[in-house]
Design a protein around this ligand. Structure first.
Ligand SMILES: Cc1cc2nc3c(=O)[nH]c(=O)nc-3n(C[C@H](O)[C@H](O)[C@H](O)COP(=O)(O)O)c2cc1C
Length: 346
């Protein structure tokens, strides 16, 4: 089955579960009844995590399934990426499985229903696990410079009203302009704007609603998500900027544009074309980045390690490398809904 069709099928089952307390207890009974929450729990940023395994951004872009994910045993969920304006994303097909590599290539292109719809939806939910919201710039090449910063700010300020933590996705490889905020100057400007008083920030011109007053909301811990393609040298420059601006944690990593070392035939890869590589193929580089951040900060800030994790051993290796939390996405596709329980050794 086409990878995106399979995703929609899984998503619609999860949406049904999200909407039904009966299906949630059934799901919990089948997949998560053995999970012993007391031995795996951890407190970070003042939040209680029942366990350290979360759902990575991109699976639930529109916030329609968090209660289903809670029922599967996830210790936290990261919704998004959400963007200020709704987007259809890139033309299909845009997701491809690489079974020989236990990996996936996607160029979804930040398809989502837009910040307003998603935040309104999430504000009506009663979740027992921490909710992360991942924000990105609207996939529209005409939004750049100051407008790009305003675009992020809009989502940030709205996300503050419901999120337990916010991830700033500076590393999506699939946008029209192909440019990310991993450029140090651009990153500094963006984080300065987010961290400073937001009163001077306007609303993207097409929006009618006004930005909520930032002072109305309690501060929400904020993380930055890096690409797995970031070199160690570049990472240190970006980390320095983030640390100077008081970022609270890091998500390592997003997908890769590289294709080296794959088992999948070259011909197949050429046919698939561009997109972000996720899954086992990026595991060692994602692990290395986790180690680099942990060593550089001497464990001072929580790291959410993500990229190619799908077994208990891989999960424990990330904790060993300095991660406080981990996330999974591609592993869930290959291993199925019992993944959290398996990784926790329940
Ligand atoms: C189909 C797909 C869509 C994704 N969309 C997003 C996204 O919108 N925002 C984001 O920050 N990461 C996104 N990601 C990246 C994942 O959150 C994760 O960082 C990456 O896939 C590595 O983890 P994994 O190997 O467990 O999949 C996406 C990944 C996939 C496979």
């Amino acid at each position: 089955m086409d990878a995106e069709k399979a995703h929609h099928l899984a998503l619609s089952l999860a949406e049904k579960t999200h909407q039904s307390t009966f299906l949630q207890s059934l799901t919990r009974g089948i997949y998560a009844s053995n999970i012993n929450h007391t031995s795996d729990s951890v407190q970070l940023w003042g939040l209680d995590f029942k366990n350290r395994i979360g759902l990575a951004a991109g699976f639930d872009k529109n916030g329609t399934t968090p209660l289903a994910m809670q029922a599967l045993g996830f210790g936290f969920v990261e919704v998004g990426s959400i963007t200020a304006k709704a987007s259809m994303g890139n033309p299909k097909p845009r997701a491809f499985r690489l079974p020989h590599d236990r990996s996936l290539i996607n160029r979804m292109g930040l398809n989502n229903e837009g910040t307003d719809t998603i935040i309104d939806r999430l504000s009506q939910q009663n979740l027992d696990i921490p909710l992360g919201i991942n924000i990105a710039k609207t996939n529209d090449a005409t939004i750049h410079g100051d407008l790009a910063i305003q675009d992020y700010m809009y989502s940030y300020l709205r996300a503050q009203t419901v999120a337990d933590y916010i991830t700033i996705n500076i590393s999506c490889p699939n946008t029209g302009e192909g440019k990310t905020f991993e450029d140090p100057v651009a990153l500094k400007e963006l984080l300065q704007a987010i961290k400073s008083s937001a009163t001077s920030v306007g609303v993207p011109s097409t929006r009618k609603k006004s930005i909520p007053e930032p002072s109305t909301f309690a501060y929400v811990p904020t993380t930055v998500k890096f690409s797995v393609d970031t070199s160690r040298e570049q990472l240190m420059i970006l980390l320095d900027i983030c640390e100077n601006l008081g970022i609270d944690g890091y998500v390592a990593t997003n997908t890769s544009n590289h294709r080296e070392g794959l088992q999948t035939p070259e011909k197949t890869l050429l046919k698939i074309g561009r997109g972000g590589l996720s899954g086992y193929a990026i595991a060692s580089r994602s692990l290395a980045m986790t180690t680099w951040i942990s060593e550089a900060l001497k464990g001072a800030k929580p790291i959410i390690s993500v990229g190619g994790i799908s077994t208990r051993e891989e999960y424990l290796a990330r904790l060993e490398a300095g991660a406080s939390l981990v996330q999974v996405y591609t592993g869930l596709i290959y291993q199925g809904p019992g993944l959290v329980s398996q990784m926790l050794g329940s």
